[in-house]
Design a protein around this ligand. Structure first.
Ligand SMILES: Cc1ncc(COP(=O)(O)O)c(C=O)c1O
Length: 410
């Protein structure tokens, strides 16, 4: 097993990993926050801006037509990547956060009224909390939560008790960015659909699409979101998948160029979906970069990436758990490549600063999941997250850094 993760077959695709940090070999274990980019993505972004660059959807000249075609081709690629049938149901946003805000403000403000209920989970990233709290303040919806069990699993049994004839939406993450828990998305979806086919389902796929193949047709969501920069693509581009007829039925969230059919002094007719939701000049180079990332991942195969990451996770869990005083949060079977932990008596921020000096990049703090921190009674954790390029040396460097931190802090 150990020898198997000695040589990572894809690491050399990421020249950026040859950098040092404080003069030390870089062990980048913060892909959950934002992944490093393979050279092919960096090249694609540069080329999108340098070769035949022009704005899209407007110009009749060759450069504009070429970039429009390249941009629109990514819509199809994204649809295929997540198993969505219709490319027109893919809306480009800035990130997952903007995609969820779009749903809250467009669908939520159109279809929800005071007293309507939505169900989230205690493990949501703030991106899937705060937009709904804004809506609660705006129109008085009621928010309920599926609890998290001690091992980091969702208490699925509680869902049936939370569903009522006032429930309008169930919105939950596929994979927890703190615990690594892979939620039983298809099962949750089935429970909700069986209770009522009118309840909408939103899945935050941000941490799911990066670790394993995803086919949303098995999840049957109304909305599904993810973000490009965690999927080895550029920042500034995210994705909202929406069931086409649902997207047709809700108003635009932002107005401006590119999202209209016709504007007169008296009013506006909006463009069809997805243009209706893409006001202003989009992130052209970033979308093209995301397309390059998807091509790269497809060429490897997400199933191969998942298998590799599982081996690294297994090794890392064994080594980190063996350190005296370590408490790991999230121990469910089949979890994704994320380990959150604390070391008894050692503040997480102090651990991170010592790790930084050892060339090890991890995330600490609340991970934009303060309700989950409250659930586990901690202020924060250390989080090491695994990417497709992570290898045994990264984990060994982490463990050596943790032992050093423990010695220094206790
Ligand atoms: C599960 C989850 N959802 C949503 C987000 C938000 O992503 P972004 O900041 O790219 O919108 C994150 C980022 O960490 C996340 O982990």
């Amino acid at each position: 097993m150990v020898a198997e993760i000695d040589r990572n077959p894809w690491r050399s695709d990421f020249s950026v990993l040859n950098q040092t940090m404080h003069g030390k070999r870089l062990a980048f274990l913060d892909s959950g926050a934002s992944a490093q980019k393979p050279d092919v993505v960096l090249d694609a972004v540069r080329s999108a801006l340098a070769d035949g660059y022009a704005n899209i959807h407007r110009g009749l000249y060759e450069f504009s037509q070429g970039k429009t075609a390249a941009f629109e081709a990514v819509r199809r690629k994204v649809a295929d990547f997540i198993g969505a049938r219709d490319a027109q149901s893919i809306v480009f946003t800035r990130n997952s956060t903007e995609a969820i805000n779009l749903v809250a403000q467009s669908w939520g403000r159109t279809f929800l009224k005071e007293g309507d209920e939505i169900i989230l989970t205690e493990m949501e990233h703030h991106a899937n909390f705060v937009p709904w709290h804004i809506l609660k303040n705006q129109i008085g919806i009621v928010i309920k939560y599926i609890p998290v069990l001690d091992d980091g699993a969702l208490d699925i049994g509680a869902l049936s008790e939370l569903l009522t004839n006032k429930t309008r939406l169930v919105a939950f993450t596929h994979v927890s960015n703190v615990l690594g828990t892979v939620n039983p998305v298809a099962e949750i979806s089935k429970i909700v659909r069986k209770f009522s086919s009118d309840i909408k389902i939103l899945i935050d796929g941000t941490q799911g699409v990066v670790h394993a193949p995803v086919d949303i047709s098995a999840f049957d969501p109304d909305f599904f979101v993810f973000t490009g920069h965690k999927l080895y693509g550029p920042t500034g581009v995210g994705v909202l998948y929406g069931r086409k007829e649902l997207l047709d039925s809700i108003p635009p969230w932002q107005g401006g160029g590119d999202m209209i059919e016709r504007v007169t002094l008296d009013g506006v007719a909006f463009a069809p979906v997805p243009a209706k939701f893409e006001a202003g000049t989009p992130a052209i180079a970033e979308v093209i970069g995301l397309g390059a990332a998807i091509d790269y991942l497809n060429a490897i195969g997400m199933d191969k990436i998942a298998a590799w990451e599982q081996k690294v996770l297994h090794y890392a869990t064994e080594k980190v758990s063996a350190i005296e005083g370590v408490c790991v949060y999230g121990t469910t079977a089949g979890k994704a490549g994320i380990i959150s932990f604390n070391i008894d008596g050692c503040p997480d921020a102090d651990i991170a600063m010592i790790l930084d000096r050892c060339g090890v990049a991890v995330r600490t703090g609340h991970h934009c999941c303060q309700p989950l921190m409250q659930r586990f009674g901690v202020e924060g954790t250390v989080r090491a997250s695994i990417g497709l390029y992570t290898n045994k040396d990264d984990i060994d460097q982490l463990v050596a850094g943790l032992l050093k931190a423990r010695d220094m802090l206790l």
